[in-house]
Ligand binder design. Structure first.
Ligand SMILES: [Mn+2]
Length: 198
């Protein structure tokens, strides 16, 4: 059976107004506009390397800083993922990727387990990229994604010098690991767990 898993999630608060549409199958169109150029670049990479369709439109209180917007996009993307996956029947569930970016190397390992847990290992020497993206927000983004996407997410930068390269390898690896984890295999009957529920 051909799958077309897609979901739209929205989040409206006094701080941000966000809409995310995520397509796991078929559509690979990417439209990203968050008001934070560096984050647009990273979300584009995640979608491209995950072979996802992704539309993200966000208007946030970036006159304060990027924190609310970055965190809330992580939450909304995770919510869209959770909705698109539905009951997770037939999915691989686990996914992993090693991605180099020149001198930087990152490993990402994912379990779409229903159990939110982030392990993040990364340090950035450049505190701000693109004028308005505080690099410490990378961990906050992945924390939000792991919680609302109900996933066990390990993001481990092994080494690297250039902060842009390190973060880029993290987002690409997350896209590739997610692609593996959401992939449906005909030989997986029901949910890929002895519990019967993930
Ligand atoms: Mn780049």
């Amino acid at each position: 059976m051909e799958q077309h898993r897609v979901a739209t999630a929205t989040r409206e608060t006094s701080e941000t107004n966000i809409t995310v549409t995520l397509s796991l199958d078929g559509n690979q169109d990417i439209h990203i506009n968050t008001g934070i150029g560096f984050l647009d670049h990273m979300l584009h990479l995640l979608a491209k390397h995950g072979r996802f369709g992704l539309c993200v439109h966000a208007v946030g209180d970036t006159h304060i800083d990027a924190h609310h917007t970055v965190e809330d996009i992580g939450l909304t993307l995770g919510e869209a993922l959770k909705q698109a996956l539905g009951n997770k029947a037939g999915i691989e569930r686990y996914g992993d990727a090693w991605v180099p970016m020149d001198e930087a190397l990152t490993q990402v390992v994912i379990d779409l387990s229903g159990r939110p847990y982030l392990v993040f290992d990364g340090a950035f020497t450049t505190p701000v990229l693109g004028g308005n993206f505080e690099t410490e927000l990378v961990e906050d983004f992945f924390q939000a994604l792991s919680v609302s996407g109900a996933m066990n997410l390990h993001v481990r930068n092994i080494y690297g010098r250039n902060t842009h390269h390190i973060i880029e390898s993290m987002f690409k690896a997350t896209g590739r690991a997610l692609r593996k984890a959401v992939t449906i295999h005909a030989e997986i009957i029901g949910v890929n767990s002895t519990k019967g529920v993930i």
